[in-house]
Design a protein around this ligand. Structure first.
Ligand SMILES: [Zn+2]
Length: 77
């Protein structure tokens, strides 16, 4: 489970379907929303698209660099 960085409540996902007016196709979006507001906990977290959240996590992961010395140590052990 993911927890809200703002209030510590659990983040839940919900699905939303929208029909594109121009091509008539139905689009499926997944949003992540903090449960804090439903529990009357003040929270400034706004709902975001799941893709946006995944992108943010991936860019953080890419920023982590494992030193070569540590990798070599892992291979040799
Ligand atoms: Zn929250």
């Amino acid at each position: 489970m993911i927890k809200c960085a703002c209030c510590g409540s659990y983040i839940s996902s919900y699905h939303r379907y929208k029909t594109n007016k121009t091509d008539g196709k139905q689009h499926h979006y997944v949003y992540l929303r903090c449960a804090g507001k439903a529990n009357k906990i003040p929270c400034s977290y706004k709902e975001i698209r799941e893709e946006v959240a995944i992108d943010a996590v991936m860019s953080k992961l890419k920023a982590i660099q494992v030193p070569d010395a540590l990798l070599k140590g892992l291979w040799n052990s």
